[in-house]
Design a protein. Structure first.
Length: 432
């Protein structure tokens, strides 16, 4: 690559701990159900962020709460517990200890004698939470300054167009959402989404055709929080630190508009959660017809998993000590610039690494890949859940699959799915 084509990443933040990360859709966060207790009550939502095990739910007032996923009593995962329907606290499954989401303090211990005080260290770490554009964001900064740092940083950036207008509020636009966990490193997905040259080949049959392959010259520039590349007028691929992709891909510029915001959230080394929003001003009627909406969702998921299949293979080669980049050409300068940023942040493995070090701070980054807690299965919603060995006498196991974390819509009208899938495929081939 010629030197004049390179844009520095020096303006991007190197402290990727003191940042907001999209971890879930607002609609996925379980609410307190008044009067529901024990097995009848909803379960909280578990995930990891930079390796930190965290658990999320909504309290009685509907406020999003986030705690470290470890009970201060016996270290049982709080995510195995329930949301208490009277107090809105998180109730540990082991001994019923209840934790307040705002302070992290234990507020009730069923086995505690009258007159005895709750131990002063009966407390779990809290994480600042903010909701923006129907996405739940968690602040990953150090515990001792998390609240003040998050307040000083302000809320997470909104999903906006080039004029700074919030896309969720634009008249005539609708938004499609998706949240899925993938066992691939978030950096590989970011580089993939910054690379327009892969579309005719990796996405053949959906949004790509081999006949569309052509020489591409990537022109890149700085943005206040990232870098942006353009190979065609009116279209761009952008990266916003620490892990957000912004794509402007209008099917017909000036008439049919489309913006995509993608949080490629690093849940652990080699693992990520994709929190996806796609705003468009065309085919808006699809939002109000559930069978059509499901077909749009299915089509988008197919595109994601076309990338997933190849990125999983690429990750295997990297673990075999292959290089993320060997030979690069002019269209690669945007993802190569990102990779150089990654090396200075998420790619670090020394004491300044942003990754979780275990509950006592003694783990090495390399240990995270080998820990059993990071060996994952996936439920029918695509959410990662801890892998547990099968036991033939475990009557609580669900045969062949895990119970869903989200309500599943009625499927109905199977014949309509084939018609819509064909129509979407034909439209996509024509537009892209």
């Amino acid at each position: 690559m010629a030197a004049e084509e390179r844009v520095s990443h020096a303006h991007l933040p190197l402290d990727v701990r003191r940042q907001w990360y999209g971890v879930a859709l607002s609609s996925d966060l379980p609410h307190t159900m008044k009067g529901k207790f024990g097995y009848k009550a909803p379960s909280p939502l578990a995930t990891t962020l930079l390796g930190d095990p965290i658990v999320l739910w909504r309290d009685l007032l509907g406020n999003a709460r986030c705690l470290a996923d470890k009970c201060p009593h016996r270290s049982a995962p709080l995510s195995l517990g329930k949301i208490n329907g009277e107090s809105g606290t998180l109730e540990c499954i082991y001994h019923g200890w209840q934790l307040d989401g705002a302070s992290g303090k234990v507020t009730h211990i069923p086995a505690l004698l009258d007159g005895k005080e709750i131990p002063s260290n009966a407390k779990s770490r809290t994480y600042p939470v903010c909701e923006q554009d129907n996405v739940v964001y968690v602040w990953a900064g150090p515990e001792d300054s998390a609240s003040s740092d998050a307040a000083g940083a302000g809320p997470p950036p909104r999903d906006v167009d080039d004029e700074g207008l919030p896309l969720l509020e634009k008249i005539g636009y609708v938004c499609q959402y998706m949240c899925v966990d993938l066992p691939i490193d978030h950096s590989l997905m970011i580089e993939n989404l910054l690379d327009p040259a892969h579309i005719p080949f990796a996405h053949e049959g959906t949004i790509g055709r081999r006949s569309q392959a052509e020489p591409l010259d990537m022109k890149i520039k700085k943005t206040p929080r990232g870098i942006r590349g353009q190979v065609k007028e009116g279209y761009f691929n952008g990266f916003e630190a620490p892990c957000t992709i912004v794509l402007h891909t209008p099917p017909k510029p000036g008439k049919m508009d489309m913006w995509q915001y993608v949080n490629c959230t690093p849940t652990a080394p080699g693992q990520m959660r994709m929190v996806y929003r796609s705003y468009r001003n065309w085919a808006t009627f699809v939002q109000w017809i559930p069978p059509l909406r499901r077909m749009f969702d299915s089509f988008s998921a197919k595109i994601v998993f076309q990338d997933y299949n190849l990125l999983l293979g690429q990750q295997m080669r990297l673990r075999e000590k292959g290089l993320a980049w060997n030979a690069a050409i002019q269209v690669d300068n945007l993802p190569v610039t990102y990779r150089n940023y990654w090396k200075r942040t998420f790619g670090k493995t020394d004491k300044d690494s942003p990754w979780w070090r275990g509950w006592d701070g003694s783990l090495d980054v390399e240990d995270l890949d080998r820990l059993g807690v990071f060996s994952k299965d996936f439920d029918c919603n695509g959410c990662a859940v801890p892998h547990r060995p099968h036991h033939p006498q475990n009557s609580l196991e669900v045969s062949g699959r895990l119970a869903p974390l989200r309500p599943q819509p009625a499927q109905g009208y199977p014949w309509l799915g084939f018609l819509v899938a064909a129509a979407i495929g034909a439209l996509a081939a024509k537009m892209f």
